[in-house]
Design a protein around this ligand. Structure first.
Ligand code: MGD
Ligand code: MGD
Ligand code: MO
Length: 770
């Protein structure tokens, strides 16, 4: 640990005084949104107001670091646009700014009435609850839906093909029997001083930008910590990132072709015997079949598909095959392609060939899962009937979903039921931490069209969003991280989330769930308060229960569960306690029995995206650029933070990256507003003309709306101007039921109409009094 700060100032107590200010050491998760749970110091004044935040230098998790989204927390918490009291609006006034302030109690009563009305008319299953991505809001609405409303239909963000982490997670479960992550020494408090740990020699960073994203509980700067100690990088990405610029080897690929690259790397590793023979022989299943599958995947063949040099593929295989301790840090690019499972399988196979599975610095099994999933399962167990008839369980939505693999109702099945009324109608939405057609759902217009006809819509959010303005009838104001008690237990250590202040009526998702739950099913929601309920959560985690009260956790701030390497040798991965992996063969499955049993291709494979230069040449003639969308940026978490002037000063407008050669061909210069269009729709963004992006590829941002523009219909804060999900689709999932082409579309670009943007600049300046 660094000791370059003054221990007299930064103390290890959970709470202490610094002059007039009270300092609270805890963790920030959301709101505002993030996947990480960085250690934070909240400074509050005598009135209990938040006055500043800092990173906690005493934290082994983040070691004092904090990103810009946390550093502007005070601006976010006290932002004038924030909604801090409940609001209701008559159904006929949807799309109009005709909200009326009500009390919290009235809000809960209104919600209960909406649930009753829907249940009486159509049955409780016609209610869909829905959360967005891994914020501190992913389980509460689900538990509320099952436990209080009586519906299993959770997933109303309508992320097509569940194309975020689910394909990789379910893929890992099928092939490795558990979830595995890159080991940067984050699993023990002693980090690099832990006697069992050694840093990776090589990181394979694939379709992921961990410094910006900190995705899925993995803190990107852990890689920097390892680089400082000598780790090297191999990066695969169509665009240069900070990490690729510091890599030993960087391969730029056409979006959606990662599986071809992985198969060719596997081909060379097998041909040149650059794999860990002992590990493959003892612990892998199906090597002969895999060998056969990669036999014709020469680097020359893959290079043509990936638009890269074959020499680089040889180099990559030799680097990976000889590096020593190697680990995989991968991203959502694997999920946001139709062939998500085959692609994930191909990358895991490469990692398995290196033998670096569950070893120090390798790809390690992490059984300290999600606090939120466990509480969900605990509730589901006590209500077995609720799960029956869940949308998507009828076997029509992909082979993995057909065997009940998904943890949620299937987004496409919900959309279909909402449109057709089959097998039953969808009539009420309880949207908690998702904006659906502003950001999450593919084919945004289609989702908007069905959502606007719902009988009742409840939105639980922090700010008025285009989605809430369009369809909300009731708005419940949610708390920021500093305004709620919670626990953070996504993988690595259990961390406290301590409430230090209150703003208006805002409630945390846990509190909202408990208070509403009590009104509807007090037997199930019996806890007296949120800390007592959280204690139930930590004591009932399926994998690693941690028996700790909330006040004990608050004082400890961070608690590390025990972690062991080589669990496959000691029987700690399998439910039956035998050595091996928790797969059907007990080994890492290069040939996957589960895929085979459900009728999927059991081996890693590559297929062209459904729309691509190769699969649809006629479309490619019209739309000659490959489009990847949703590249993460420092300033924004999906559709959030657009209100914050600090963020807009760094990043004012939606941007797409385009190579200078393609920009010239399209008549576009740096900073021009330009139309990005394909067969499904269009969006207008500002061009960033840059050599960092591969020629022939456009990378466009997602989640854009403009708090400074007209809020009412039809503008809805300009949500249809730059909505990149007007160019994506629903229902193009792969055989598993997972995956969608969010990162593998085609498009063309051309200049926006003359003068486009001038009015928007004016609105922005006026809104911010510039
Ligand atoms: N600041 C911020 N952080 C976030 C989020 C956010 O919105 N903002 N969102 C969170 C969420 S929900 C998620 S899922 C994660 C995602 O985190 P990441 O996985 O890092 O997601 P992206 O930035 O979309 O994509 C990562 C990289 O993949 C590249 N890429 C695009 N298409 C392809 C492809 O076909 N193949 C390959 N190999 N690379 C490709 C992009 O150029 C980009 O550099 O981030 C989380 N963290
Ligand atoms: N084209 C394209 N589209 C994409 C992506 C892409 O790469 N390309 N990425 C996709 C991915 S991977 C994901 S996961 C989705 C994410 O999509 P979503 O998770 O739906 O993200 P948002 O649209 O930001 O909606 C979240 C809302 O929750 C509110 N919120 C924040 N914190 C809290 C909280 O603690 N409690 C409550 N109740 N509300 C809160 C925010 O203010 C915001 O309005 O987007 C997807 N959309
Ligand atoms: Mo995501």
């Amino acid at each position: 640990m660094r000791e370059c700060f003054d221990p007299q100032i930064y103390k290890k107590d959970w709470q202490y005084q610094e002059g007039d200010l009270t300092v609270t050491r805890t963790c920030q998760w959301s709101a505002p949104g993030c996947h990480q749970g960085c250690s934070i110091l909240f400074y509050t004044d005598k009135e209990g107001k938040l006055v500043k935040v800092e990173g906690d230098p005493n934290s082994p998790v983040t070691d004092g670091r904090l990103c810009m989204r946390c550093l502007v927390m005070v601006e976010a918490v006290y932002h004038p646009d924030r909604i801090i009291h409940p609001l209701k609006r008559a159904r006929e006034d949807r799309g109009k700014d005709k909200w009326e302030r009500i009390t919290m109690d009235e809000a809960y009563e209104l919600c209960v009435e909406m649930v009753k009305d829907t249940t009486e008319k159509y049955g409780a299953k016609s209610i869909c609850t829905g959360a967005g991505t891994g914020r501190n809001a992913t389980w509460q609405s689900n538990v509320l839906g099952q436990g209080a409303f009586g519906t299993p239909n959770d997933n109303c963000g309508l992320l097509a093909g569940n194309c975020c982490y689910t394909p990789r997670m379910q893929g890992m479960n099928a092939v490795l029997g558990d979830t595995f992550i890159a080991d940067c020494g984050q699993l023990n408090e002693a980090r690099f001083d832990h006697p069992d740990y050694r840093r990776p020699d090589l990181f394979i960073i694939w379709g992921n930008n961990p410094l910006r994203a900190n995705a899925d509980g993995f803190y990107g700067h852990w890689i920097i910590d390892c680089m400082r100690r000598g780790s090297e990088l191999f990066v695969v990405d169509p665009q240069v990132t900070w990490l690729s610029a510091h890599a030993k080897l960087y391969v730029q690929v056409r979006p959606g072709t990662d599986a071809a690259l992985a198969l060719a790397i596997g081909h060379v590793m097998v041909e040149e015997e650059l794999y860990d023979k002992e590990f493959v022989e003892c612990w892998c299943y199906g090597f002969d079949e895999y060998k056969e599958r990669v036999s014709d995947w020469t680097p020359e063949r893959a290079a043509e598909i990936c638009w890269c040099e074959s020499e680089k593929i040889y180099e990559a295989a030799r680097l990976i095959g000889t590096a020593g301790v190697t680990t995989l840090q991968w991203g959502v690019a694997f999920d946001q392609t139709k062939w998500a499972n085959g692609t994930a399988h191909a990358a895991v196979a490469v990692q398995a060939l290196t033998g670096n599975i569950d070893n120090p610095g390798g790809f390690v099994g992490i059984n300290f899962g999600y606090v939120q999933s466990d509480i969900r399962e605990n509730i589901a167990k006590s209500l077995p009937n609720v799960r029956e008839g869940r949308l998507g369980d009828d076997g029509n939505w992909g082979l993995m979903n057909a065997v009940g693999k998904g943890g949620h109702a299937i987004p496409e099945a919900i959309l279909d039921a909402a449109e057709t009324g089959v097998p039953y109608p969808v009539k009420m939405l309880f949207m908690c931490s998702t904006t659906a057609f502003t950001n999450m759902a593919g084919q945004a217009r289609r989702v908007y069209d069905v959502y606007k006809d719902m009988d009742h819509v409840v939105v639980c959010d922090l700010f008025m969003t285009p989605t809430a303005m369009a369809i909300g009838d009731l708005f419940i104001p949610m708390a920021m991280g500093c305004e709620r008690n919670g626990v953070r237990g996504w993988y690595t250590p259990l961390r406290s989330i301590v409430k230090v202040t209150q703003t208006g009526d805002a409630v945390g998702d846990e509190q909202m769930m408990l208070e509403l739950g009590k009104k509807m099913n007090p037997d199930l929601f019996y806890w007296d308060d949120v800390p007592e309920m959280l204690e139930f959560c930590t004591n009932n985690m399926a994998t690693v229960p941690i028996h700790i009260t909330f006040s004990e956790l608050r004082e400890k701030v961070i608690v590390y569960p025990e972690f062991e390497y080589y669990k496959y040798k000691t029987g700690k991965l399998r439910f039956d306690g035998n050595p091996g992996f928790n797969t059907l063969s007990g080994r890492v499955e290069l040939f996957c029995n589960m895929y085979n049993n459900v009728g999927m291709d059991p081996l890693p494979y590559f297929k062209e995206p459904p729309e691509s230069p190769e699969s649809t040449p006629e479309l490619f003639a019209e739309y000659p650029l490959v489009l990847t969308t949703g590249r993460r940026c420092w300033e924004y978490f999906h559709s959030e933070h657009r209100q914050l002037r600090s963020m807009r000063e760094f990043h004012k407008w939606p941007m797409f990256a385009i190579n200078p050669a393609d920009a010239e061909a399209a008549g576009i210069k740096e900073g021009d507003w330009a139309v990005i269009e394909n067969a499904h729709g269009k969006a207008i963004e500002v061009a960033h003309v840059t050599d960092t992006i591969m020629k022939g590829v456009v990378s466009a941002e997602h989640g854009w709306w403009f708090p400074e523009r007209d809020k009412e219909e039809p503008s809805l804060y300009g949500v249809w101007e730059s909505n990149i999900n007007c160019l994506t689709v629903q229902g193009d999932f792969g055989p598993s039921g997972y995956g969608s082409s969010y990162k593998t579309q085609l498009c063309r670009v051309y200049p926006a109409p003359e003068g486009y943007g001038a009015e928007f600049e004016r609105m922005y300046a006026e809104h911010h009094n510039l």
